[in-house]
Ligand binder design. Sequence first.
Ligand SMILES: NC(=O)c1ccc[n+]([C@@H]2O[C@H](COP(=O)([O-])OP(=O)(O)OC[C@H]3O[C@@H](n4cnc5c(N)ncnc54)[C@H](OP(=O)(O)O)[C@@H]3O)[C@@H](O)[C@H]2O)c1
Length: 466
Amino acid sequence: MSDTLGIALVGCGTVGGGVADILLRHRDRLAARAGRPLALRKVVVRDPAKPRDPAIPRHLLSTDPRAATHDPDVQVVVELVGGTTVAKAVVLDALAAGKHVVTANKALLAAAGAEVFAAARAAGRAVCFEAAVAGGVPIIRALGESLAANQVTAIQAILNGTSNFILTAMDERGLTYAAALAEAQRLGYAEADPTLDVDGSDAAHKLAVLAQIAFGVAAGPHEVERQGIDALDPMDIRFADELGYTIKLLAEAWTGPDEGERGRHGEGEKERAGLSSSPPLPLSPSPPPTRRVALHVAPVLLRHTDLLAQVRGAYNAVLVHGDVVGETLYQGPGAGRGPTASSVVADLIDLAVGRAQRTFAAARLWSGADSGFAVEPTERVRSRFYLRLLVADRPGVLADVSRALADEGISISSVVQHEAAEDGGGPVPLVIVTHYAPTGRFKAALAKIGRLPAVAAPAVFYSMGD
Ligand SMILES: NC(=O)c1ccc[n+]([C@@H]2O[C@H](COP(=O)([O-])OP(=O)(O)OC[C@H]3O[C@@H](n4cnc5c(N)ncnc54)[C@H](OP(=O)(O)O)[C@@H]3O)[C@@H](O)[C@H]2O)c1
């Protein structure tokens, strides 16, 4: 049919196989939703002899991406190769050849979003990426379209299913990190090389994509502070539990006015309650002051009753605070063949209908235009902190630590120290929970604490999400 939307897949592995399956099995459903047929015209892979599910008709297979990007019967190229080298070349080639692009590649968007989107605008084509963040959870549309009346003021999200699976197994079944990771790999939730998942990089890429949509900032790789779960000690999971908390790897964005602090109990909190302390903007043509957004990925202690604390296994969840709507929560499977393919095909339907082209043109993502926001370090993000020290078991240590915290204006909320064994002598863990303090002040106190003679090992500390 002449109005058929021709589609080429470049990459037909976990996600590409799922997309091919939907395109081949649900033709009628997709045509009804899109108002026109969607046809799979090309499938580019590395090894055409590899057995695939679904089986791809031989005449559609190729090993040359140009067979997809230069096919006149293809209007959309779906990049599902991954990485930033071949993927970037394929995407730029497809756009230059006048194709729309759909991708699930958050690493590519985080590293080269500006270049890719500039190429798309120059070519008058769209780039769609619902599948790039939180797999089957429609968070890109929610942020970019459904919440368009809002200024987002904060995001708190579980964006890496592998880490969440590992943390759930450690928390609920007492597994060690190594055992939980091995189980995640056996069940297909973790790659053979899980580094990018467990060191926070994957979540940081996804947070950078969300920050572009929510705040118009193009956060470079070093602007999203990150700490993974790979060094997490089961001891901290147990102490957290004793205090009534669960540890989750959170990707967070906190905003505030130009001056002043933000975060859980700072300006961000006041703004969410509609109590911003910034003065009303003058009715003059002078530009509004730049607002700051701090982006970071780190393990955070959440109360057992917190909605995000209850997100288990490989699931993802995104909590968005909007200045008009308040708090909204999006949850679902964050990866895997079906969920990710579901989002890719939704983008294909949007392109077939013509919606994606209009929203792409209006949104002007990665355009470099001044959004009124700039990325800043987390120094001014206010939080309570969980601090675990290994200290000599002798009088006066707690007083020394309290003094170092007090010197930075930080007071202690609670202390946990278990009785030392009778034969004693060795260092013992000392857990301190602080009241709210700016991250910068807390880190300054830590530097002093690290110099105390009674402190036997580097401090372990995490933010607390309440
Ligand atoms: N897996 C998930 O759950 C998930 C979730 C969200 C987003 N994503 C993103 O989706 C993308 C794809 O991930 P995936 O898990 O589907 O990857 P995958 O299973 O490793 O599949 C990669 C595909 O790309 C093909 N390929 C690799 N290099 C190629 C080359 N030089 N030329 C042509 N084809 C090449 C491979 O061909 P062969 O089959 O012949 O080896 C394979 O079909 C990535 O950007 C990933 O971050 C994945």
